[in-house]
Design a protein around this ligand. Structure first.
Ligand code: HEM
Length: 444
């Protein structure tokens, strides 16, 4: 894959002297001319045709050959469909969120007295402040939408299975971090929903058996939600954005160890089964990104208020409870589970468990076949799981009574039933015949 290493001192293609690499550190010549790790000249892994400056840089800091290996030559299964675009969508949204967030942070004031007014000033007085805020807010919605598709894609095609367990677990860690970041961020404008949403969450945290009260006190930093809490939430929100970017690096690193899974769920068996990432998947991701960014722009420019709660444009007032306290849509499925249970601590436990169970997927599913395409029992189960998720999402946005309460209980039953039945599915399932190689697999 990588070309021969090149001596870059003279810029020529002269190979290193025979035996240079076997030379031990102890024998290496010491002096002003010995600068490679083993005393030889620094070398570059770039192909001979690359510009001399690129060789010069790569010999000292091999990022160019790394990028070439991992994002140009990187062998990618030839049958990936557009559901494999979503990782790129989330990554681009993350970059936009961090950039816009940095500018928002420069103008935000983390205090009870100043938070609401500083956000209003960003919207109304800061040049293009409304645009920055709108990109940041629409980004949160699109981030979660893309994340949920990304997760269900991985569930459907069995991407969590051996040898991708750590890839899956880094993904789950990202999901927890993203949820925490979104919660902290939502509190920052200190509007009515920010305040009352935070109150609900802090009281839910305090209902966690044993640790609850200590955790809630740590979050809140005092007897009431006030200056200390806003300050903590601001610092955590800021910090987590960068921490997420770091964990995404680990996630993609883990992905590049095993390579991508694919709709057939079998490993690529040779060069005929793969294509170089560039230009094939850079263009496929690029095309998907154009559509994704058009939707993003439509939300930012034509419907900035569509995804926000009117109540959050009223300053927080601890004396006036809003008629209905609802979380953002992306927390709604877990909120619905929380409310489906009559006991408060039982609801909190089940809502937490509903996400935690996902972490166990690589060990709960014992079938040797990955893709749901070839699994006649798993396939309907994972479709029901997705439908249960959407039903819970809708139920969480409605008052918890009548039909919505019933639906949320049925959907919660389906959600947990999936994880209870999963370890036994391989015993009754006869998978369809798998293709021998990707080149002859069904079209994606
Ligand atoms: C900040 C959030 C995340 C980012 C930026 C991210 C990014 C990516 C990227 C760029 C890829 C490669 C392209 C693709 O397969 O779509 C990928 C693959 C993958 N991600 Fe994520 N991801 C995130 C969260 C998650 C979560 C929450 C999970 C699930 C728990 C997850 C599980 C996976 C798996 C299993 C793959 C490999 C898929 C395959 O090869 O079939 N990711 N991710």
């Amino acid at each position: 894959m990588a070309g021969p290493r090149h001596d870059d001192v003279s810029g020529s293609d002269r190979p290193p002297p025979p035996g240079a690499n076997e030379q031990s550190a102890a024998e290496a010549p010491v002096g002003p001319l010995s600068y490679g790790r083993f005393g030889g000249p620094p070398t570059s892994d770039l192909p001979p045709g690359a510009p001399p400056l690129a060789h010069w840089i790569d010999a000292r800091l091999p990022v160019l050959s790394y990028l070439r290996r991992e994002y140009v030559e990187y062998p990618t299964p030839r049958n990936l469909n557009h559901l494999w675009n979503f990782g790129a969508f989330i990554t681009v949204t993350l970059v936009l969120m961090i950039l816009t967030g940095l500018f928002l942070a420069l103008n935000y004031e983390p205090s009870v007295a100043g938070a609401f007014a500083s956000v209003e000033a960003i919207d109304r007085q800061l040049p293009s402040g409304w645009l920055l805020r709108s990109i940041h807010m629409a980004g949160a919605t699109l981030f979660f939408a893309a994340l949920y598709v990304h997760i269900f894609r991985s569930l459907y095609y069995g991407s969590y299975k051996r040898p991708r367990e750590l890839l899956w677990l880094t993904g789950m860690l990202l999901m927890f971090m993203v949820m925490a970041t979104a919660f902290f961020g939502y509190v920052l404008p200190w509007g009515q929903m920010s305040f009352w949403g935070a109150s609900v969450i802090v009281s839910a945290v305090s209902a966690v058996p044993l640790l609850g009260h200590a955790l809630a006190a740590l979050l809140q930093g005092g007897a009431i939600l006030g200056d200390v809490a806003i300050h903590r939430f601001f610092v955590l929100h800021f910090l987590l954005g960068f921490a997420i970017a770091g964990v995404v690096g680990l996630h993609v690193l883990a992905l590049h160890v095993t390579g991508s899974n694919n709709p057939a769920g079998i490993e690529a068996r040779g060069p005929g089964d793969t294509l170089p990432f560039h230009p094939y998947y850079t263009s496929k991701d690029g095309l998907g990104l154009v559509v994704f960014l058009l939707i993003y722009a439509a939300l930012v420019f034509f419907a900035p208020g569509w995804l926000t709660e009117a109540d959050n444009y009223l300053p927080a007032d601890p004396a006036v409870t809003p008629a209905e306290i609802r979380p953002e849509w992306y927390f709604s499925p877990f909120f619905a589970i929380l409310r489906a249970v009559p006991s408060r601590s039982g609801g909190v436990l089940l809502a937490g468990l509903s996400v935690l169970l996902l972490c166990l997927m690589p060990w709960l599913d014992r079938s040797p076949v990955r893709s749901a395409r070839y699994r006649p029992v798993y396939r309907p189960m994972v479709i029901v799981l997705a439908m249960a998720f959407l039903t819970l999402l809708a139920a969480g946005l409605h008052p918890p009574n009548g039909i919505w309460l019933l639906l949320s209980r049925i959907a919660a039953g389906c959600w947990f039933g999936f994880f209870v039945l999963l370890p036994f599915v391989h015993r009754i399932e006869t998978p369809r015949t798998l293709p021998g190689q990707l080149a002859v697999a069904d079209p994606a």
